[in-house]
Ligand binder design. Structure first.
Ligand SMILES: C[S@@+](CC[C@H](N)C(=O)[O-])C[C@H]1O[C@@H](n2cnc3c(N)ncnc32)[C@H](O)[C@@H]1O
Length: 278
């Protein structure tokens, strides 16, 4: 949407038409990565995510609220806070929420937020517990689950290496269950990541199906760096060579490998065991 046609921020607008340009714009953010990248915006569904985003200080551009939200004190408070911070509040009907989210029974609140990324250079190992680095992660559900798990174990953030799925895609955001707003994300190239590894002062461990070390036997001195491979191809040979230790999670049975998000969760709980008082 052009700057001139954008309605005043910090206001309330009622929208009943699917062809309203703001609604079309929001649908574009749900459907197209290109549109998210060009605008630097993304869509997150639900009141919980709206309250998480506001509490964590993320910028809300639009908050679309359905009929049910108008009698809900938590939704009203979120809308008032978002409006005070300059968001445009859109009062919409249920069919519009269904069209935006492409779901029956949509959430009563849908927010449009400004994306946030942390530069690789801003990572301070001295202030870090563990960073999770993902080589070309493809599946938005896996990425969202990993961000959620990173949040649960108190990890410092997630580094996306190379051509990864979009963390701001609706499916990924949904799978984070709000943790997206609490876990710093970094995007980098394999080359920059390899240089970063050489400077890392703590443990660097990659999980690998051909790892010679049992993941339970490593002394994970923090700050740690946990590197995970791509769902189909595993970790690239280049990145594997850059990591000091390749660990394997033992398996019984016939499965070729563990799901990426599951393997990440298992490794993270081992790395953070001492700190989680388990
Ligand atoms: C689905 S697996 C990749 C399978 C792939 N076909 C391969 O050859 O590596 C995705 C990632 O999860 C991790 N992973 C899964 N199972 C593992 C295991 N048993 N031990 C160590 N890492 C594992 C590795 O980082 C792997 O690259």
């Amino acid at each position: 949407m052009s700057e001139t046609s954008r309605p005043r921020a910090g206001a309330v607008k009622q929208i009943t038409s699917h062809s309203n340009p703001i609604i079309k714009d929001i649908k574009g953010l749900v459907a197209l990565r290109k549109h998210r990248t060009q605008t630097g915006l993304f869509v997150a569904e639900g009141l919980k995510l709206a309250t998480d985003a506001l509490a964590a200080g993320w910028t809300v551009r639009y908050l679309a609220i359905g009929p049910e939200a108008r009698d809900n004190p938590v939704a009203q408070k979120a809308a008032a806070t978002a409006k005070a911070r300059g968001a445009l509040i859109l009062e919409v009907n249920t069919p519009i929420l269904e069209a935006i989210t492409r779901k029956d029974n949509p959430q009563m609140v849908v927010g449009v937020y400004e994306q946030q990324m942390t530069p690789l250079e801003a990572i301070d190992p001295r202030a870090s517990t563990v960073w999770i680095a993902l080589d070309r992660v493809r599946d938005p559900g896996n990425l969202g689950t990993i961000i959620r798990t990173a949040d649960a174990v108190g990890a410092s953030g997630v580094i996306l290496i190379g051509d990864c799925t979009d963390p701001f895609a609706v499916e990924a955001v949904r799978a984070t269950m709000g943790s997206l707003f609490h876990v710093p994300l970094v995007k980098t190239s394999p080359e920059a990541f390899k240089a970063f590894v050489t400077r890392w002062p703590g443990t660097v461990v990659a999980t690998h199906l051909e790892g010679s070390v049992d993941y339970r036997t490593v002394d994970y001195t923090e700050p740690a760096l946990l590197v995970m491979g791509n769902e189909q191809q595993g970790l690239s040979a280049d990145l594997a060579a850059a990591c000091k230790t390749l660990v394997r999670i033992p398996q019984a049975g016939q499965a070729d490998s563990l799901n990426l998000a599951v393997a990440t969760g298992i490794a993270l709980y081992e790395i953070r065991r001492k700190h989680l008082a388990l």
